[in-house]
Write a protein that binds this ligand. Structure first.
Ligand code: HEM
Length: 157
């Protein structure tokens, strides 16, 4: 893959918006999962903490952990894209991510669902501060991270 151009401005936008969302993890992780299930109701059964409930549970540690991981790792990816022009995830982390998602039955199209849910959550959290530039920066970072996880899942398949 060629060198990726990810600007300082883009990095700053991602970092700033994560700082805002981080202030209310219970709220935004709930919103994030509600969006995932609205877009893809069938995705529910993949998540251990959603399987046996009719509603998205409030203050569930596993739910919060997954939401935080997706946002935080995307933010870290943005930093690496700007610094190094490429995604760097530690091999062990990537192997772990590959196997967890493979085992859970996650498929390539699910990554688009999660991306859309992420974008909607940003919109909700940022209000007037949300714009296409913010969306573009997050999308670009997320796409590169998702690509790395999907590649690992194929290797393990
Ligand atoms: C588990 C990160 C995308 C579904 C996990 C875990 C991490 C993670 C770190 C392990 C959680 C733990 O053991 O504490 C990410 C990142 C993603 C991503 C960074 C995207 C960039 C997705 C997508 C789906 C998904 C697209 C499917 C819609 C799951 C499921 C588990 C899991 C079902 C097992 C959780 C459980 O049942 O407790 N993910 N994930 N993830 N992920 Fe993801």
């Amino acid at each position: 893959m060629g060198e990726i151009v990810f600007t300082e401005k883009q990095e700053a936008l991602v970092k700033e918006s994560w700082e805002i969302l981080k202030q209310d993890i219970p709220k935004y992780s709930l919103h994030f999962f509600s969006q995932i299930l609205e877009i893809a109701p069938a995705a529910k059964d993949m998540f251990s903490f959603l399987r046996d409930t009719d509603e998205v549970p409030h203050n569930n540690p596993k739910l919060k952990a997954h939401a935080v991981k997706v946002f935080k790792m995307t933010c870290e990816t943005a930093i690496q894209l700007r610094e190094k022009g490429t995604v760097v995830v530690a091999d062990t982390t990537l192997q772990y991510l590959g196997s967890v998602h493979l085992k859970s039955g996650v498929l390539d199209p699910h990554f688009e669902v999660v991306k859309e849910a992420l974008v909607r959550t940003l919109k909700e959290g940022l209000g007037e501060k949300y714009n296409e530039e913010v969306e573009g920066a997050w999308s670009q970072a997320y796409d590169h991270l998702a690509l790395a996880i999907k590649a690992e899942m194929k290797q393990e398949d």
